[in-house]
Design a protein around this ligand. Sequence first.
Ligand code: CO
Length: 469
Amino acid sequence: MREVKFTDTTLRDAHQSLLATRMRTSEMVPVLEDMDAIGYNAFEMWGGATFDSCLRYLDEDPWERIRIIRKHVKNTKLQMLLRGQNILGYSNYPDDVLELFVERAVKNGIDVIRVFDALNDPRNLQKSIEFGKRYGAHVQGAISYTTSPVHTVEKYLEFAKSLVDMGVDSICIKDMAGLLTAPMAYKMVKELKKNFSLPVEVHSHFTTGLADAAYYAAIEAGADIIDTATSALAYGTSQPAVEPFFAMLSDMKNVKVDLDIDRIGFVNEHFVHVREAHKDTDVSMKTVNTEVLKSQVPGGMLSNLVNQLKAQNALDKFSEVMKEMAKVRKELGYPPLVTPTSQVVGVQAVLNVLSGERYKIITNETKKYVKGMYGRPPAPIDEEIMKKVLGDEKPIEVRPADMLKPVLDKLKKEIGVLAKDDEDLLSYALFPQVAKKFLEKKYVARIKVDFDIADENMDEFPEVTVYPA
Ligand code: CO
């Protein structure tokens, strides 16, 4: 009998999807040791938007979060989500930043790095995988799943092969928008298991209502791990809940599941209260959203679009923009509508409609995308559009990050004494303005308190007075 394992996303994707990523470390700590005893394969607990959110909204050091969780979690693997060469930001970073980031993440306690690229361009993942392996992480290569005429099972397998060739330790089918149907899940997992001898994990969102069936089909086809959240923070735009899957798998003849279900109940009670405490940012929808199945446009992007059009007093153009979005996506080679390519397509489509002439105004992002700075699109870009956007310029042929020079030395000089260690420097490299404000609060505010106790601390911070606490 083979065992099916569970990765719990409660500490990362679940609250990112439902509570605008606002869960605090202090809200996790009380149940970490119980969670650790449940028998999960891993906790997805870092990366994605959590880093930005810690600095921007929570006044928390994201690096400290890993160390605190690690202190309480002795048995379960700690997993993070890395956006490939984008690290945790929205555009490519040079290799020196990526290498230091991966090294520090592993040194602080991360075991598993799940790495993905929105365009499934292997070149955007090459260095993340290399550095992850070098510093001793389990590197999981994710296939970004979307649907389009060019996203075929064969294409996904080709991409999976390149992940395997680059040395990943496992493969994930990562379905951000909840588009994966049960038959597709079955087919993809079957093929991945047939072609590669690596563990296969499936990550979906319940957004459209498809994920439960997709997981079941994936398990039937031989998936090793599924991603779930505790029921208090499951469904809607989050992952399916763990509890029903425990019941379902317990009735399956050919698989076994080894989780402490009573302890899951206890832990879940805690998160019921945590969720209540975040009512003000609880963005969950009450039911499923099936719009995305027709339009490919994920929920978050839809509400953004509505707001944008409202601000321009152009809500009557909504259905026109939706049609234009599909057209632009096709012309740009069917990028999946996830960050960051969703912004490229979305904003360009709005401009195409509101300006009254298609591609009359071309955004910087569209230009960068067509130039190849985001990576290679799934299908070739429409030639006429390419000409319109680039003129006589040619798109780049190399790995996008090869165009970027090392920046760490320059950043170190820029941030100066505010970065006490490499972790501070990395926070600054990723989110300069936000991190600078945070570091000022963290160190300068504290130093002012310390000042009463010990004068000598002042020597390290000669500029202390210029920073408001
Ligand atoms: Co997700």
